[in-house]
Write a protein that binds this ligand. Sequence first.
Ligand code: AMP
Ligand code: FE
Ligand code: FE
Ligand code: ZN
Length: 286
Amino acid sequence: MPQLPRVDLHTHSSVSDGTERPADLVRAAVAAGLAVLALTDHDTVAGWDEALAAAPAGLELLPGVEVSAVSDEPDGRRVSLHLLGYWPDPTHAALREVLAGLRLSRDTRARRMVAAMRADGIPISWEEVRTDAGEGGVVGRPHVARALVRAGLVPEVSAAFTPEWIGGPGARWWADKEEVPVLDAVRLVRAAGGVPVFAHPLASRRGPTVSDGTVAAMTAAGLAGLEVDHPDHLPAERAHLRGLAGDLGLLVTGASDHHGANKPTPLGAETTAPQVLEALREQVRR
Ligand code: AMP
Ligand code: FE
Ligand code: FE
Ligand code: ZN
């Protein structure tokens, strides 16, 4: 039987919190035997041009973005979440404006985290964090975590994602960042002609997750699919999401959410069925 083309629909470059330049990520995708690679940096499309230019004939580079969003749940919880947008028009004015606001808020948030740490004698600086993120690069908690690693305070990036450090709301050095109300985020991706897919919807080990009712409301707002096969999903979470996708008529995707050296998951660790990719593609509006 011929091997199906391998499709990885969620990856990060050094333009956000991955560690490989977009062109290097593309080369790594070719080496990993992928046929399709989506570049989905957090709150930016700045890596697209370099990645598209580096993609050889045998690799389709799918331009995407992962938007920081938030849901105010009926039970009063405020849950952060990530919305993937595939093929949005990068010149769409509202999309550009919203992404710029999210990036600015990421700078402010990381600076506040670093300032609070410094005030308590932790020897890291905003300048080193900003420099590590790269010129024009999107700052994330992994950059703060990397400064803590360099200072010898934690052994690796993932060790900073705990309540003692920056592992979520209520963590010792936590600071909030701006996030887009989730239904607005879904509508924004659609308005920009793109196709919205809910990233790692039930990854309970990353933090609180939304209710099924929120997924239904997102579907009514235009959601196309759920990222079910994700490294942070447990088997029971995948089973629940598959059932929910069936009930709501949503597509089911899978992806590595590769972040280079900042996380252990290799490219292609989880994949999307080629027919699902084609069903997503049919929903693009131009
Ligand atoms: P931020 O968007 O700045 O709040 O940072 C969230 C990012 O931190 C995620 O996109 C992941 O890349 C990374 N992250 C979250 N949890 C972990 C973890 N346990 N280990 C390593 N990286 C993580
Ligand atoms: Fe990330
Ligand atoms: Fe994410
Ligand atoms: Zn991601």
